[in-house]
Design a protein around this ligand. Structure first.
Ligand code: ZN
Length: 69
């Protein structure tokens, strides 16, 4: 199966610590992003429903460690 970068061209938005009032699951490492931690929201251009919250480092390194699934 051909693999393409689903996240190529995604719009990103920085979430400030005070805006992080929920726990999110980061698709980069499959670990939680705790409340109060600044992070990144990415919105794939072809699937705005599938926006995900990422650790900043995971987002920046996603090409080295692609998300599972
Ligand atoms: Zn992560």
């Amino acid at each position: 199966m051909a693999k393409f970068d689903f996240w190529e061209g995604a719009e990103t938005r920085a979430i400030q610590p005070y805006q992080a009032n929920k726990v999110y699951l980061c698709p980069g490492c499959n670990r939680d992003i705790p409340k109060g931690l600044g992070h990144i929201v990415a919105v794939p251009p072809d699937a705005v429903d599938l926006r995900r919250h990422w650790h900043r480092g995971c987002w920046n390194n996603r090409k080295n460690r692609p998300p599972k699934g």
